[in-house]
Design a protein around this ligand. Structure first.
Ligand SMILES: [Ca+2]
Ligand SMILES: [Ca+2]
Length: 213
């Protein structure tokens, strides 16, 4: 019956409340699992000779039970928590901590959550809620692009959006020289974070303070 007209059918192959449909002309099967379902879903797909077409197999239809793995959604909201984000900003994802935690959201209770840098597995933890914290120790200084997956019913999700973090253990240095003299009565200003020359505020102020005598 190769090349002859056929009729496609597709129905549920299990008791899940999923919906299954098939395009009669192309045979394209669309199966929608129940909302939030993770696991395997069975669909029974059959093809048979269209009415009036010869059927050279003993069976009226050639059917197949197809197992579809429905994966959990990717985790969301990776974060370097404030407690692990050291330095002048606790939200810049630049830290000198080599023992730190990464928080992962959007996970299912009981999911195994894996944390990767690129394709390297850094750590994993089992979620006991919708967020999970993955501790990391002895982190080598450098730049990281962290992603996470969650595995539910032995089916692993896609990767989350990446969280870039920098682990920098090099102490900052002052690369400017503080002035050693100041005039009595003048406000003194020095920016240790700028390599520019120090200045005296009085030079910029029109209203000078009276000088002490
Ligand atoms: Ca943070
Ligand atoms: Ca920081």
């Amino acid at each position: 019956m190769e090349g002859n007209a056929v009729t496609y059918t597709a129905v549920k192959g299990d008791t899940l409340s999923s919906t299954v449909s098939v395009n009669a002309s192309t045979g394209q099967v669309t199966a929608t699992p129940p909302a939030g379902y993770v696991g395997n879903m069975l669909v029974k797909v059959a093809v048979q000779a269209a009415p009036g077409q010869p059927n050279n197999t003993g069976d009226p239809a050639d059917s197949q039970l197809v197992s579809i793995a429905v994966a959990p959604s990717a985790p969301t909201g990776l974060d370097l928590p404030t407690a692990s984000d050291s330095g002048s900003s606790s939200t810049d994802n630049i830290t000198n901590a080599t023992s730190l935690s990464i928080q992962v959201g959007g996970v299912t209770n009981g999911a195994v959550v894996k944390l990767f840098n690129g394709t390297t597995l850094l750590g994993q933890a089992t979620s006991t809620g919708t967020t999970v914290t993955i501790p990391l120790t002895n982190v080598t200084p450098g730049s990281y692009s962290l992603t996470a997956t969650q595995t539910v019913s032995n089916i692993e999700s896609d990767r989350s959006t990446a969280l870039p973090i920098v682990v920098d253990t090099t102490a900052p240095v002052i690369n400017s020289t503080a002035p050693t003299t100041a005039r009595v009565g003048d406000a003194f200003s020095y920016n240790a974070g700028s390599p520019k020359r120090a200045r005296r505020d009085s030079a910029m102020n029109s209203s000078r303070r009276p000088r002490a005598c």
